[in-house]
Design a protein around this ligand. Structure first.
Ligand SMILES: [Fe+2]
Ligand SMILES: [Fe+2]
Length: 183
């Protein structure tokens, strides 16, 4: 069975692989926000499009990724008795705090970015605030993603049963109204 989320298809038995794919998209759209933030106050066509797509991704898709982790993955890991996993799980509180801080920053980026798209230009103090929020996101994500990709997900991939992986993948698909199909 396979579930496709975005452009890449991964095996149904590899939900942490799907989550790492989401990280690549987060990185891509964060780079778009950084490019726009570092550009002119007046948007050109390229920056308008980049901003519009990045805002849409962080508004519609990124919250599903957070829910995948906080509602489907972390609680299942916390119930497992695996020594290697226990040390990885010590990082979960930190990851959840990052999620809450990033949520707040994304809400402000969404408000300011929407105003920017509407007026095609952003005032000095709002532009400074947009830049500072994007800079802070750029500080949070690399470390956060590294902990998940390099520590938590590999430990989870080893410790979770096939049935648990299937449940997680099914919940991820459900959040996106994606059908799981047999291949
Ligand atoms: Fe996360
Ligand atoms: Fe993540």
């Amino acid at each position: 069975m396979r579930v496709q989320i975005g452009a890449t298809a991964h095996n149904f038995s590899d939900p942490t692989g799907l989550l790492s794919d989401c990280h690549r998209r987060i990185e891509m759209f964060l780079r778009s926000l950084q490019t726009v933030a570092n550009g002119e106050a007046k948007l050109d066509e390229e920056h308008r499009r980049a901003l519009d797509l990045a805002l849409r991704y962080f508004r519609e898709s990124a919250p599903k990724h957070t829910a995948d982790e906080e509602e489907s993955l972390f609680p299942r890991l916390q119930g497992l008795k695996d020594e290697e996993l226990q040390s990885a799980l010590m990082r979960v509180g930190e990851l959840e705090r990052d999620h809450r801080e990033a949520d707040g920053l994304h809400r402000r980026v969404e408000e300011l970015g929407t105003a920017w798209l509407e007026a095609n230009e952003l005032g000095g103090s709002e532009l400074a605030e947009f830049r500072s929020a994007v800079t802070r996101l750029g500080n949070i994500y690399p470390h956060h993603i590294e902990i998940e990709d390099r520590i938590l997900f590999p430990a989870a991939a080893r410790a979770l049963s096939l049935e648990q992986k299937a449940q997680i993948a099914a919940e991820m698909a459900g959040r996106r109204s994606v059908k799981l199909t047999s291949l």
